[in-house]
Design a protein around this ligand. Structure first.
Ligand code: COA
Length: 260
């Protein structure tokens, strides 16, 4: 029986999605993009889930980008369709109301790094290697990489990485702010689950609104960003969870948030 291209596990209040094409470094073909899209769409209304972790199967590769063997068989119009599909999928991932953590367990090139860039938080194994290497194939990043990389690490460094197509190791990725944390390979999923666990202790609407305020506010001027923050804050004021937070503080107990 064929293995599923995407493994999906629910652990506590976290969904772990594992790209599962290890024989080709978990690279992205149409079918894997569709499988990932279907699972991401299911999360739009799962209020019981607090975090998503995306990783790659095995210890060698997170994701080696677009499937270059499939690509070689595509017509120019099909290539356009692939690029539109990955761009829309990564935008959907970025816009999920839940935090998304990429657990970068090894090589992340091209679209692999773009999946990580569309995530909210990147935690890398010490063996990871990342890069937007597309210019080496005489193309450019098409899944949002030219836009998200400079927003995360700054324009100058993003240009250096994209113009040269170089790969950076985990230590360098941490130094330039491309990843949040580097941990030993064997601790990677535990580190991601620990972060997901901490997120699960917070108010769900608060985190959703914080993500919204940061992502929308960063795209605009400070005054508009502050207005976005103000409106996002207002959403939290009438919630039961806000009252529960204050009550739990007074009663010296842990709050139980319900996302209401
Ligand atoms: N598309 C299709 N197949 C890929 C792939 C990709 N993006 N990346 C790796 N593979 C396949 C290899 O062709 C090989 O398959 P084979 O055994 O049938 O030949 C298998 O995965 C293992 O890769 P291999 O190159 O033997 O491993 P390696 O450790 O020597 O190198 C990489 C790993 C990822 C550095 C190298 O495969 C590579 O550079 N891949 C292309 C990455 C890329 O440019 N991505 C951006 C696309 S826009």
């Amino acid at each position: 029986m064929n293995q599923p291209l995407l493994l999906v596990e629910e652990k506590k209040q976290t969904i772990l999605m594992t790209l599962n094409r290890p024989s080709v470094m978990n690279c992205l073909n149409f079918d894997l993009l569709y499988a990932l899209g279907d699972e991401i769409d299911k999360l739009q209304y799962r209020t019981d889930i607090r975090c998503v972790i995306i990783t790659g199967f095995g210890e060698k590769s997170f994701c080696a980008g677009a499937d270059l063997k499939e690509r070689a068989s595509l017509t120019p119009d099909e290539v356009k369709k692939f690029i539109l599909t990955i761009r829309n999928l990564l935008t959907t991932i970025q816009n999920l109301p839940l935090p998304v953590i990429s657990a970068i367990n090894g090589i992340a090139l091209g679209g692999g790094t773009e999946v990580a860039l569309a995530s909210d938080i990147r935690i890398a194994a010490d063996t990871a290697s990342m890069g937007l290497t597309e210019t080496r194939l005489a193309i450019i990043p098409g899944g949002g990489g030219t836009q998200r990389l400079p927003r995360i690490i700054g324009v100058a460094k993003a240009k250096e990485l994209i113009f040269t197509g170089i790969r950076v190791n985990a230590k360098e990725a941490l130094k330039i702010g491309l990843v949040n944390q580097v941990v030993p390979q064997e601790n990677l999923l535990d580190a991601c689950m620990d972060m997901a666990g901490m997120i699960a202790q917070t108010g769900p609407i608060a985190v959703e609104m914080a993500k919204y305020a940061i992502d929308k506010g960063i795209e605009t001027d400070l005054a508009t960003g502050l207005a976005i923050e103000s409106n996002a804050y207002r959403v939290t004021i009438p919630t039961q969870d806000r009252v529960e937070g204050l009550t739990a503080f007074r009663e010296k107990r842990k709050p139980v948030y319900k996302g209401r």
